[in-house]
Design a protein around this ligand. Structure first.
Ligand code: SP5
Ligand code: ZN
Length: 338
């Protein structure tokens, strides 16, 4: 198994975020990926590799080039340690403002994705890992994990938010879809609104997502059960507060059935661990063993798979959760061997 990592993520480390008007320490921290990298390598079975950063031309395969240019320019004009927090948001038909503070509100959906001097570099490096993962699957690899940070699934064609800037899983899926149909499974606690928007009308990619009910969890405005996308190929399975392993695995079955029927050649998994019962953002009750069981069921698709890290905010628990997930996956992947 190949583990794709980059040290560049450390250049992005916003000090704080907002929670109901209060300032709290940012939950999306460098330790998340540092802990995962060290913990997974210590468990064995992984070969660590790097990748070149995504270029602006790569990023334009799923994002409006103006969004990419904004993140780059906003980062370039920050002082060290200074972060631009979107605070005022554009409505439909809003004129294009000149100030970065204004332009941030044209692209950002919320206050969770501030831009610092290293944000563009970190997000582009993370996107590069996912694109390298796509390249490896195209070259015949069957199991690759990309330790992307900042995460990506809340970034869409013309918006970003929720700790995300560029959508790594979507970039990889779009790249893979040149060679064959792609199944995209989103297991993060939060609905992958960016990913769903990218592939809304794309006949080559099917999207299935298990997530907290947006009626009372971020991102609030998408992920409802009736949303099937313009292509009809999206499947959203919102789950209530208190969801436990049995309910979660019960919902995973129709998600996998949906993807199986799509007859894809590649699988991309947006892998979040924020549904774990100890996660500070979790309204669910998932245990480590439930991630192992999920991995085992997903392996039943029998597809070459790229796992892209999304959320998960209990850094010390992440190596065990990801390790258990992959142990389950490897037990279920009858085609690949150990
Ligand atoms: C990639 C990812 O997981 N992004 C998540 C961004 C969620 N940010 C909004 C969090 C709102 C939390 N509301 C408080 C609920 C805690 N009880
Ligand atoms: Zn999440």
């Amino acid at each position: 198994m190949i583990l794709l990592t980059s040290p560049t993520h450390t250049l992005h480390a916003p000090p704080y975020e907002f929670e109901q008007g209060r300032v709290i320490a940012c939950r999306e921290r460098p330790e998340r990926v540092e802990a995962l990298r060290r913990g997974l390598l210590a468990r064995g079975g992984w070969e660590e590799r790097g990748a070149p950063p995504a270029t602006d031309a790569d990023l334009a395969e799923v994002h409006d080039p103006r969004l990419v240019a904004f993140v780059r320019r906003a980062a370039e004009s920050r002082r060290a340690g200074e972060y631009l927090y979107p605070e005022a948001f554009a409505g439909p038909g809003a004129p294009a403002p000149l100030a970065a503070e204004g332009e941030a509100g044209r692209w950002a959906r919320d206050v969770y994705s501030p831009i610092g001097a290293g944000t563009y570099a970190a997000a582009a490096a993370a996107a590069g890992l996912a694109l390298e993962g796509a390249r490896l699957l195209l070259a015949g690899e069957r199991r690759v994990m990309a330790l992307c940070r900042p995460p990506g699934h809340h970034a869409g064609p013309d918006f970003f938010g929720g700790y995300c800037y560029f959508n790594h899983a979507a970039l990889a899926a779009r790249r893979l879809s040149r060679a064959g149909r792609v199944a995209l499974l989103d297991l993060d606690l939060h609905h992958g609104n960016g990913t769903q928007a990218v592939f809304d009308a794309d006949p080559a990619v099917a999207f299935a997502s298990l997530h907290a009910d947006p009626a009372d969890e971020y991102p609030y405005f998408s992920g409802y059960a009736g949303e099937r996308g313009a292509s009809g190929q999206a499947l959203n399975l919102p789950l209530p507060r208190g969801t436990d392993g049995a309910a979660y695995l019960g919902a995973l079955a129709p998600a996998l059935e949906h993807l199986r029927r799509f007859d894809a050649r590649f699988l991309v998994v947006s892998l979040g661990f924020d549904g774990w019962r100890g996660d500070p953002l979790s309204p669910w009750q998932l245990r480590a063993a439930d991630f192992a069981a999920a991995g085992r069921l997903i392996a039943g698709l029998g597809l070459p798979a790229l796992f892209v890290l999304e959320g998960g905010y209990a850094p010390r628990a992440l190596p065990n959760l990801a390790g258990k997930f992959m142990e389950g996956y490897n037990r279920g992947d009858v085609r690949a061997g150990p």
